[in-house]
Every structure is written in C-alpha cells, then in structure tokens.
Design a binder for this molecule. Structure first.
Ligand code: ATP
Length: 430
C-alpha cells in the first residue's frame, strides 16, 4: 500500500499537518476511523494547495467535530440531518466532516436516499475516480492511500473518468463538474465517460434535477479561471442548453470575456470606492445576450436567483442598448446626464457596459463616472435644507438633486455656493 506521509509533509503547511495528526489521535480515542478525501487528495498528487479539507468519518462525524473543536478552541457548525459539520480552527483552517454514507437513486436525477454506511460505500458514490481516493488519518497507517478505482492511474493519464455507467443518469450535475475539472486540471474526459455524458445530455435527464442544485454548479462553473475554454467545452458537449436552450457560443465571446477581465481589473486598481464585484454574474449576463427578456426572466425564476442577481440580469437586458447608445454618442454629454444613466445601475452592469462599449468615448465616460461621479454627495446636508423651511417630501428631494447635478457639472464648487443655490430653490416654492 502506497504511503503518502512524505508527500503530505511537503505539500501541506505545518499547521495542517499537525491538525491531521490530531484528527488521527482523536479517531483512536473515539474508536472510529477518519479519512482525508476528495479534492484535497486529488490536489495533493498535483502538488496544488486545496484549502478545503474534507474528512470522512466512519462513525459519528458531528461528535467527532465537536471533540476537535473543543480541543482546538475552534468553531463548529453542524447539520444534524446530513450528519455533517464544519470546524474552523483559530488559524482559520476549515475542515468539513461527513459521516460515511451510501446513496441510492430511486429515479434518474432524483435526490438520493442517504444512509450512513461504510467508508468503501462512501467512495463508491463519488463522481470521478480522481475524486474517489482517500488517505488514512488513523494512527496506524497514517498516510496510507486508499484507491479502489485507480484514481492515481487516471491522474497519471490525465483523464476524468466516472466510476460506473449510470453516473450521469443518477446525477447529471456531474456533467458540469466533469467539464469544469477537465479544464481546470488540463485533463481530458476519457472517451467512454464522454459518451455517457453526451447520452445523458441528449436525453435531457438534467431537466429532472432540482434547479437550485444545477444553479449552484452553473455558478461554480462561471467562477472558473479558464472560463472561455470551459464554456467552449460545454458547447462541444451541447451542454450549454443545461443553462438555457438558446445559449450560443459566439465567435467574439473570448474577446468579450477578456474585455470583462480588463474592465474588472481596471475597477479594482482605480476605483476609489471599492466594492467586491460578482464577476460570475457579468459573464452570465453576456452569455444571455441572445436570450429575450422573457427568456432571461424565466431563467432567473426557474433557478431561483437571488433578488439582487435577478434585478441585475434584468436591468442589463432592459437598459444596455439605450445607455450604450447615449454613452457612445459623439456629442457633448453633461456629467449629470452620465450620472443619471449610470448611478441607478449596479457596478456589474456598468462594468459590462464598459467591456462591450465599442467606442473609446463610451469607455472613457464610464471610467470618469467611477472615478469622479459615483457616490458623489452634496456638501449641504438635509439639516441645512430643513433650516430653510423646506419640509421632507418631493420638493426637498428635488432640491438635493438639482444641487447635486449642478455640482457634477462643475457649476457649484463649494458649500457656500450650494447653500446660495438651495436658498433660491427653496424660495421658489415658499
Ligand atoms: P473543488 O472544491 O476544488 O472544486 P472538490 O473535488 O473538493 O473540488 P467539492 O464540490 O468540494 O469539490 O466536493 C468534494 C467531493 O465530494 C468531491 O471531490 C467528490 O468526491 C464529491 N462530490 C461532490 N459533488 C458530487 C456529486 N455530484 N456526485 C458525486 N460526488 C460528488
């Protein structure tokens, strides 16, 4: 049996190693067995650091996690229904514990019936051979590799292979997982697995999967580094229809993705008001370019996107061409007009407009918006306006807006000038 202790020592940090040894000691004490599993083991062979540590316990994983959290003064979050828990150590190492389980599928793509079971059964339910290896953490045999399905052989052959022929029928989300893994690792889906994948897609078994499960895999896919190649591969497998039947791979998609990357890096380097950007959503908006408004809305509802995500998808669909036309126009545009167009939009929508704007003029105006106008406030405050006798209401809001627009246009340059102007506006209604 292959022992990987030395490799673990080389690739894992000292604190991770100490933690894994501690897990081994606890398992001896509790009379159960603990195994490192999944992506952590796969990535160890590729000498890539995987910060998610997955451990399977042959025994009660929640009890196990509680004990570890207690010993390390860590934090535990448990999910009793699934027999799982996550322990976060004071050094912020995150470990997911699961109780070994077996799954059976009553119907294709149905949610599996889960039973707690042996460790071997647990490995048999995994998606691909490279993800079905484990390393013993038990004191006797610490570092021993368990590889029932020749995952190591497939890592050497650089291939993604399923464990059995019904894999994509049982769980079509594995189609997206397989494509993602192939592109991320620079592997190839081996021919028989590729055929099974094609058959499952052809039969549209994915339609029976619970939409939120598919959505989660779609979002993870959109977060991949090699996104264009991943989308291209999905197209080769005709798997884009899993997302939406009208998605197409356009010739210029690679260029558009690059332009999105550039716009986001520009934003991160230059925008004075940094807010984290949901880049995956920008890619999704662009993939939906050919899909109608109704089709986009249907997608958002079916996959239960969050309200904010839905609003951004829809506002891009509704507003992009009108806003772009104005921003790309050669005539002079007042800053207040640019502000009015862009301020109501989310940063994701605005960055996508920047990426797809064909003219330097449009791009420049968006950059200026981020640099200067976004989040601009008047120097006079609400109390100043109240002191002029204006009551809260539409007139009050109009005054603030008018002052802001004049400030954006460079007509009002300080608080005194703003206050003077506010007095004039207030008098008009008094
Ligand atoms: P990464 O997190 O780096 O993308 P990972 O392999 O750790 O890769 P997770 O989604 O965290 O991916 O899943 C952990 C493990 O759980 C996988 O390695 C795999 O063994 C198993 N797994 C996850 N999803 C499925 C699935 N749909 N069918 C079967 N096994 C799965």
């Amino acid at each position: 049996m292959k022992n990987l202790s030395d490799k673990m020592q080389q690739c894992f940090s000292q604190s991770t190693m100490m933690l894994l040894k501690r897990v081994g000691a606890i398992s001896k004490h509790m009379g159960c067995k603990a195994y490192l599993i999944g992506g952590t083991v796969r990535d160890l062979f590729l000498c890539k650091e995987n910060l998610d540590i997955d451990i399977v316990i042959e025994g009660d994983a929640i009890h196990f996690g509680e004990r570890l959290a207690h010993e390390l003064h860590g934090i535990i979050i448990s999910h009793k229904r699934f027999g799982t828990c996550t322990v976060t150590t004071p050094e912020y190492i995150k470990i997911d514990f699961a109780t070994a389980r077996r799954e059976t599928y009553a119907k294709p793509a149905a949610l599996p019936t889960v039973e707690f079971s042996s460790f071997r059964d647990d490995l048999t339910r995994r998606d691909f051979t490279v993800n079905a290896m484990a390393i013993s953490l038990n004191e006797e045999g610490f570092g021993n590799l368990i590889d029932f399905f020749d995952g190591v052989g497939d890592i050497e052959k650089k291939q993604i292979k399923v464990l059995h022929d019904k894999s994509f029928v049982d769980d079509p989300t594995r189609i997206l997982r397989g494509i993602r893994l192939e592109k991320r690792l620079g592997f190839t889906v081996e021919p028989h697995t590729a055929n099974l994948m094609r058959k499952s897609i052809e039969k549209e078994i994915y339609k029976r999967v619970q939409a939120p499960r598919l959505r989660d895999e779609i979002i993870l896919t959109l977060k991949e580094k090699e996104l264009f190649h991943t989308i291209k591969r999905m197209d080769e497998f005709r798997a884009l229809k899993i997302v939406h039947p009208y998605l197409k791979l356009h010739e210029d998609l690679s260029g558009t993705f690059t332009a999105i990357d550039e716009a986001c890096s520009w934003y991160n380097d230059n925008s004075p008001r940094k807010r984290s950007i949901e880049k995956w959503l920008i890619y999704l908006m662009v993939l939906f370019n050919d899909v109608s408004y109704d089709g986009t809305l249907y997608f958002c509802n079916k996959f239960e996107l969050k309200r904010g995500e839905r609003l951004r998808m829809i506002s891009y669909k509704r507003q992009s061409s009108k806003v772009l036309k104005t921003l790309n126009a050669k005539r002079k545009i007042l800053p207040s007009k640019i502000y009015r167009l862009l301020e109501p939009l989310s940063h994701e929508v605005t960055l996508l407009l920047m990426a797809v704007s064909r003219s330097g003029l449009g791009k420049g105006r968006i950059m200026e918006f981020f640099h200067k106008y976004n989040g601009m406030r008047t120097a006079v405050k609400g109390d100043d306006i109240k002191a002029l006798g204006v009551k809260a209401g539409p007139h009050f809001a109009k005054i603030v807006e008018k002052i802001l627009y004049k400030k954006l246009n460079g007509i009002l340059n300080n608080r005194e000038e703003e206050l003077e102007y506010a007095k004039k506006l207030a008098k008009r209604r008094l």
